[in-house]
Design a protein around this ligand. Structure first.
Ligand SMILES: [Zn+2]
Length: 201
């Protein structure tokens, strides 16, 4: 794209690195952004820059947070006896949006996929087990809120085996979610039903 101004080419190249965005869409975004007021472009740039600063992983649950312990983990009104295990931080938000869950979360940091090199030691699994054992508030139920695809199922099976000695109730989201569904994209009603109707794993 030699005829492109450098600033358009650089912005398009940046958008092109986003998941699910191809080069043509990336170029459209760059051209759309350039038509916006200068302040709006500045706000956009600063909001992206903000991601590189001041964010940390919650030391309790492992989700992205602007504090060392996130707002959910510090909220004393949450039910501490139920722990919802999810793959990623956006999954926490998907479940929060349903309003159907008032317990706490544990973010694994992905799902198991040996082909992709995602083995148990790359996920926050040991930390999950330690967290349950060390917790002063007794955890009685662990909900495995994982995608209904192969890595999600493999991860759920592995976790169930690991959790077995701890003798607690292990549930999975109800099968209202279509097979292959990603939590991130499930609509709130379906996901709320899946949380309410979770079944023993
Ligand atoms: Zn937390």
């Amino acid at each position: 794209m030699p005829q492109l101004p450098d600033s358009i080419r650089n912005a398009a190249a940046a958008f092109d690195t986003l998941p699910g965005v191809g080069p043509r869409a990336a170029l459209r975004y760059a051209y759309w952004l350039v038509t916006q007021p200068k302040e709006a472009i500045g706000r956009f740039a600063r909001s992206v820059q903000g991601l590189a600063e001041g964010l940390t992983i919650c030391t309790e649950c492992g989700q992205w947070s602007d504090r060392s312990v996130c707002a959910i983990c510090t909220n004393t009104e949450r039910n501490t006896s139920v722990l919802c295990v999810v793959a990623t931080s956006p999954d926490v938000q998907s479940i929060e949006d349903t309003g159907a869950f008032k317990g706490r979360y544990h973010v694994l940091g992905g799902t198991l996929d040996p082909i992709e090199g995602r083995t148990p030691d790359t996920l926050s699994i040991q930390k999950l087990l330690k967290r349950i054992q060390a917790s002063s508030d007794r955890v009685t139920e662990v909900i495995l809120a994982l995608n209904t695809d192969v890595p999600g199922d493999v991860t759920a099976l592995y976790l169930k085996q690991q959790l077995e000695p701890l003798q607690l109730k292990v549930t999975r989201l109800a099968r209202g979610l279509p097979t292959g569904a990603a939590l991130e994209y499930a609509d709130s009603m379906t996901l709320a039903d899946a949380v309410k109707n979770r079944r023993e794993s």
